[in-house]
Structures are given as C-alpha cells and as structure tokens.
Design a protein around this ligand. Structure first.
Ligand SMILES: Nc1ncnc2c1ncn2[C@@H]1O[C@H](COP(=O)(O)OP(=O)(O)OP(=O)(O)O)[C@@H](O)[C@H]1O
Ligand SMILES: [Mg+2]
Length: 270
C-alpha cells in the first residue's frame, strides 16, 4: 500500500514545507507509519524536523543522481512513526545532472518502489518550481495536495500547476489525482481570508479540505527548534489544525485505512 502525496505549488512561501512537516507529524501521531521526503534544495523540511542538512551522508540527491537505494537514505525522527529522507544543498545542481538520463522524470518513482510499501503515507515536500524535481515527485505520487495561502492573488499561478498535473497525467502517471486543496495562513480577523476561502471553494469545490490552517506563530517558530508543532506546542492552534487535516485525509481515504485508529475513536464516541 503506501499512499504517496506530493505537497506542491510553484508559488513560493505558501506553506508547502509547513504543511509537509506538520501533516506528516500528525499522521505519525495517529500511528500511521509515514515517510517525509524533502525534495527541495532549500532543505527546509530537513532542518525543520531537526536534521542538519550538511550532516547527512545519504540524501535525496544521492538517490536521484547516484542511484543509491532509497532505504539507505532513510533517517529516523523523534516521532516513532515518522521517518525522513533528507535533502542536501547539492540538490541545487541535480536537475542539470539528471537532464541526460533516460527516463529522467521517473527516477524517483522507480527509487521509491522498494520502500513505499513499508509506510502508510509518503509525503513529499516539493520546491517552489515546476522543474524536473517537482515532475519527478508528481510522477512518483498517487496524488497532489495543494496548499493555497489566504492572500491576494491566491489563485494566481494555479492554472500552471493544474496544467502541469494534466501533462504528467497524459505522459507519465495516469493515476495522479488531486488529493485536495488546503487553505493556509488563514487570518480569522480579516475579511480577506474568508473571501479568498470562498473564491478557492468556488474554483475547487469539495476538493478543498474543511480543515483550515490559521496563521499561528507556533508554526513559524517550531522549525527553528527542529520540531513539528505537535512536539513544540501540542495544544497550539497550528498543531491542532494539522491534526484535523491529518484526520480528514485519513477519513477521505477510508477505503485504504479501514483499521485506522481514527475510526476506532469515532466508533467509541458514537
Ligand atoms: N499557518 C502559518 N502561520 C504562521 N506562519 C506560517 C504558517 N504557515 C507557514 N508559515 C510561515 O510562512 C513562511 C513560508 O512557509 P513555508 O516555508 O511552509 O512555505 P513554502 O511554500 O514551503 O515556501 P517555499 O516555496 O520557499 O518552499 C515560513 O516562514 C513559515 O514559518
Ligand atoms: Mg518549502
């Protein structure tokens, strides 16, 4: 099994990394074995989960460029159910190094075949571009989760992302679905946020998750302590928002995760 989900949006700073780290941590907290993969040269997911990118010997770079086995780059994290494949600054040059390779869009997909089944979820934090790294991620994924920041021009550029998804479906990965759209940095005090939310819902309909991520300082602080918000301040709005997103994701994928602890608490409550 193992559902592979790319967190993607080529727009910078919309909350991809915050979503990847905290969603992965939430799924792990609900006792679903989860692998977080950092495929962004900025390595923010790697440092944000407490791993110093310069200290790793095997990373996503060696998997993509040197053909290292994916399992050799897996690192355990502070959460028992959460593993990480880190990024490395060398990844900056990877797109160029991969360019002449046969089936260059499928390198990640083939590399993950051997380990996906060990996990319930594989969450991939994509860079803010639609280049070869993101294409590799989309080709390796069952679905895409799109974070949309609640601000002016929120929908701008999403057409390009949807077009890329369409092209990947046509040529590389027919099964690729849109998992959903998550609204990030929602500010409950402003009308702008609710207006953006309405606009996004008009465009994406029920693909928009009910769980909304509000603007929360704990989410911005926790990466500097190398922790997901759940381990930094578990009762913070940010940690709780991402737990709700994790639950909703599992419920939406009920068919795959019938025995999830999410459903056992539901049935005891009823
Ligand atoms: N809900 C939130 N509340 C407060 N700050 C947030 C929230 N979500 C993200 N941030 C902050 O906004 C900034 C951008 O978020 P993040 O790094 O997750 O975006 P990104 O899409 O991964 O960026 P990039 O495109 O550079 O990879 C970060 O400083 C992060 O801490
Ligand atoms: Mg990022």
């Amino acid at each position: 099994m193992g559902k592979v989900i790319s967190v993607a949006n080529q727009k910078g700073g919309v909350g991809k990394t915050t979503t990847a780290i905290n969603l992965a941590a939430s799924l792990a907290a609900i006792e679903h074995s989860t692998l977080l993969i950092d495929i962004d040269p900025q390595s923010n997911s790697t440092s944000g989960i407490g791993i110093e990118p310069k200290s790793v010997s095997q990373s996503i770079y060696q998997i993509l460029v040197d053909g290292v086995e994916a399992s050799e780059a897996v690192i355990k994290t502070d959460l028992p159910y959460l593993d990480l494949i880190p990024s490395h600054i060398n990844l900056v040059g990877a797109e160029i190094e991969m360019i002449d390779r046969p089936k260059r869009e499928r390198i990640l997909s083939e590399a993950l075949e051997s380990i996906t089944d060990k996990y319930d979820f594989v969450i991939i934090d994509c860079p803010p571009s639609l280049g070869l790294l993101t294409i590799n991620s989309l080709t390796a994924s069952d679905s895409v989760l799109i974070p949309v920041q609640c601000e002016y021009f929120a929908l701008e550029g999403l057409g390009q992302l949807l077009n890329t998804i369409k092209i990947v479906r046509q040529h590389l990965n027919r099964e690729l679905e849109i998992e959903g759209v998550v609204l990030t940095m929602y500010d409950t005090r402003t009308r702008l946020s609710s207006q953006v939310a309405e606009e996004v819902k008009r465009y994406f309909g029920d693909k928009v998750f009910e769980a909304v991520v509000t603007r929360n300082v704990r989410l911005a602080e926790s990466p500097s302590f190398g922790k997901p918000a759940l381990l930094y301040d578990s009762m913070s709005a940010g940690a709780q928002n991402y737990l709700a997103l994790g639950r909703e994701l599992i419920i939406r994928n009920r068919k795959l995760f019938k025995s999830s602890p999410v459903f056992s608490t539901e049935s005891t409550e009823n």
